[in-house]
Design a binder for this molecule. Structure first.
Ligand SMILES: [Zn+2]
Length: 213
């Protein structure tokens, strides 16, 4: 993914390091099997009003620069943007500290949304790897990951996510029932770490309930 040929882009307004970050997120998710059948999307912030985000379709595990677009987080809609891109834009608007956003259809996340959700959240507790989430200093705590009903109306879904994350706390990610995980971080590296942490934590929580994951 550091191969210079991969970084050639038709859109020179996407900085090379930002482009590299989007591709790193996508290739990592592809290698883990989290984005089957052209699912998933990934973005990295460019500045306060724009991000680089994966275009609709394509195998994210084999993403190249041609599959990345520059999109304004306040619109107008980019013609090649994924239907799910507005949830990325929402996260950048919710917090200036968010520098990268990833969306995956990883099986442990989907399973967790279906079988571990109670009262609109999945509670993760008592596990050392919680400390991989930014700001968590001890295993002796719990993290509640918000769970939202899936929706094909992205504007309606974004409004529900925005209302809840503003009322509760921003956290590090949320689940869509039967669909997958959105996770974010200050930058590409932190977002990668959060993706790995959630995958491990959901897998363990499922196994503790006797559910193969
Ligand atoms: Zn999805």
């Amino acid at each position: 993914m550091t191969n210079a040929s991969v970084l050639k882009t038709t859109d020179d307004t996407v900085p090379a390091d930002v482009l590299r970050g989007v591709i790193a997120l996508a290739h990592h998710a592809g290698a883990k099997g989290w984005v089957p059948a052209t699912s998933g999307n990934f973005s990295v912030r460019i500045d306060k009003s724009a991000c680089a985000v994966t275009a609709s379709g394509g195998d994210k595990g084999a993403l190249t620069a041609a599959g990345v677009i520059r999109a304004g987080i306040n619109g107008p809609a980019h013609p090649r943007a994924s239907a799910e891109a507005p949830l990325h834009y929402l996260m950048y608007k919710l917090s200036p500290s968010i520098g990268a956003v990833a969306h995956v259809h990883a099986q442990p996340a989907v399973l967790a949304s279906l079988v571990l959700a109670q009262d609109g959240r999945v509670r993760i507790e008592g596990l050392e790897l919680l400390k991989a989430l930014n700001g968590i200093k001890t295993h002796a705590t719990h993290v509640d990951v918000p769970v939202f009903e899936n929706d094909q109306d992205m504007d309606a879904l974004a409004a529900r996510v925005e209302a809840r994350l503003k009322a509760d706390e921003l956290g590090w990610g949320f689940l869509l029932v039967g669909h997958g995980l959105y996770a974010w971080g200050a930058d590409t590296q932190e977002t990668l770490r959060h993706l790995d942490a959630f995958d491990y934590l959901f897998t363990l929580m499922l196994k503790m309930k006797g559910i193969p994951a």
